[in-house]
Design a protein around this ligand. Structure first.
Ligand SMILES: NC(=O)c1ccc[n+]([C@@H]2O[C@H](COP(=O)([O-])OP(=O)(O)OC[C@H]3O[C@@H](n4cnc5c(N)ncnc54)[C@H](O)[C@@H]3O)[C@@H](O)[C@H]2O)c1
Length: 256
């Protein structure tokens, strides 16, 4: 028996990076996963590779109606919904005095409104399942240790931290067996990281060295290291854990 046996999970950002790795691990641990993403071809290819316990669904997390359709698709395909993993996110540079307004709004829309819509659409379905459930939101080391060059990202992830705690309290106070937690990655080797590494702002070698140095463990993390934390919090092994900030950042958030 795997840690996700009998669990049906909806994973956003499931086409690549951390979300794809979470989807893979949920299925490897005996669960079923609906991989939701705007990159539907990549999500479908991964679902095909994972077999009958995975499926793909086209979802832009900025659209509440699409969220209701995604939750319905999980229920129709797998019979219920137990777990929501809000992984989809974007990171765009910009300090507060010159960040492009479209970039600010896009970042808040995807990184904060998206998980809010997800909780709104998924919680009734998780309640209807009548089983222990879990929400896992992906934050960032930056949620706890803001960075000047990503003003919108810092605000969106700190906002998501407040939302996660509010949801955790609401679920617990209503006596529901559904928990809400957050995983805060440091720099992780994914397409998002590679886009910055090869952006041309510096040599890829310097970017790697400088990013690694912001983590006391002095390296970049791997998506599997984040997915292991997500699966732990999504599983019944974390049955008395709600509202927590689980860092996977090589100590980055605690450095002075
Ligand atoms: N990689 C890192 O260094 C790092 C560090 C800290 C936090 N994070 C967070 O981890 C999460 C995943 O990051 P990643 O590195 O895997 O990113 P990634 O860019 O490699 O993958 C993100 C996925 O989200 C999808 N996505 C983007 N916008 C979407 C939308 N509107 N609707 C649905 N799907 C959408 C993309 O298509 C992509 O498949 C994000 O929330 C990110 O902020 C990443």
């Amino acid at each position: 028996m795997g840690r996700m046996t009998d669990k049906v999970a909806l994973v956003t950002g499931g086409a690549e990076g951390i979300g794809a790795t979470v989807g893979r691990m949920i299925v490897a641990e005996g669960g079923e996963a609906l991989l939701c993403d705007v990159q539907i071809d990549k999500a479908r290819a991964l679902a095909d590779e994972l077999g009958e316990n995975a499926a793909a669904f086209e979802l832009d997390v900025r659209d509440l109606d699409q969220w209701y359709a995604a939750v319905k698709a999980a229920q129709e395909r797998f019979g219920k919904l137990n777990v929501l993993c809000n992984v989809a996110g974007i990171s765009e540079p910009g300090i507060v005095t010159d960040v492009d307004l479209d970039s600010w709004n896009r970042t808040i829309d995807i990184n904060l409104n998206g998980p809010f819509y997800g909780c709104r659409a998924a919680i009734p379905a998780m309640e209807a399942a009548g089983e222990p459930g879990a929400i896992v939101n992906i934050g960032s080391m930056i949620a706890m240790r803001a960075a000047a060059f990503v003003a919108a990202y810092s605000a969106s992830k700190a906002g998501l931290l407040g939302l996660t705690r509010s949801v955790a309290l609401d679920l617990a106070e209503r006596g529901l067996p559904i928990r809400a937690n957050m995983v805060h990655p440091g720099a992780i080797r994914t397409p998002m990281y590679d886009r910055y590494k090869y952006s041309g702002v510096d040599t890829p070698e310097n970017i790697e060295t400088n990013f690694a140095a912001t983590h006391p463990m002095n390296r970049i993390g791997e998506p599997e290291e984040v997915a292991k934390a997500v699966v732990f919090l999504a599983s019944d092994e974390a049955s008395f854990t709600t509202g927590c900030d689980f860092t996977v950042d090589g100590g980055g958030s605690i450095r002075s």
